[in-house]
Design a protein around this ligand. Structure first.
Ligand code: E4P
Length: 217
């Protein structure tokens, strides 16, 4: 499973990237706002740091404008993936950009029907939003399973990029279903290392070791 980091925080990306845990990055207008940085500047910095795809999102609503913005963003670096919303215009932009060789991430996907359209429009990635579905008492993970089944039925190569991840179990559940990629905030990826029994076991080992009076090295 590929790990993308869902942030425009360069220091946080670097920490995970140095561990070899970053296969790509996703950003969106809200994450750019949170970073307080200029989109071109921060995106370039991220692209220089990370080898894999870095999603940069268009903000236009009409297909022609999305295509123009997407091509502008793609000039930032070779590993830019143009992120377009799952609207009819977004699908049109996806078709054109994908036919011209650009990587395209179709975002804001909330149904299997939308995901099927994105695959037919040539999307490189489809981003179903798990957490936001959970927020309205639907099951985001059901959507990941439905898309996996549909894409496998027909051999679509569009990669399922499970997004809007809020917890460690979102990541493991998406992995069990067979999502190709997850994108998660750095804090959630780091939380994967935590277990109460690890903490408890370590405390016991440390206490016992202190009683030996020994030193290593
Ligand atoms: C990723 O591409 C999405 O923009 C992101 O995962 C959305 O997450 P959120 O629902 O926590 O804002």
């Amino acid at each position: 499973m590929k790990f993308f980091v869902d942030t425009a925080d360069v220091a946080a990306i670097k920490e995970l990237n140095d561990l070899g845990m970053v296969d790509g990055v996703t950003t969106n207008p809200s994450l750019i706002l949170k970073s307080g940085r200029d989109i071109a500047e921060v995106t370039k910095e991220i692209c220089d740091l990370v080898d894999g795809p870095v999603s940069a999102e268009v903000v236009a609503e009409k297909a022609d404008d999305m295509i123009r913005e997407g091509k502008h963003l793609a000039k930032i670096a070779e590993n830019i993936t143009v992120k377009v919303p799952l609207t009819w215009d977004g699908l049109k932009a996806c078709r054109v950009l994908s036919d011209e060789g650009y990587m395209v991430n179709v975002t804001l996907c909330f149904s299997a029907a939308q995901a099927l359209l994105a695959a037919k429009a040539g999307a490189t990635f489809i981003s179903p939003f798990i957490g936001r579905l959970d927020d309205i008492n639907l099951d985001g993970m059901d959507l990941i399973a439905d898309i996996r089944e549909i894409y496998d039925n027909y051999g679509y190569e569009t990669e399922i990029l499970a997004a809007s991840i809020r917890s460690v179990s979102h990541i493991t559940d998406a992995a069990k279903i067979g999502a190709d990629v997850i994108t998660a905030p750095p804090s959630v990826i780091k939380a994967m290392a935590n277990h109460v029994l690890t903490d408890k076991g370590l405390a016991q080992f440390n206490a016992d070791w202190a009683q030996t009076g020994q030193k290593i090295g």
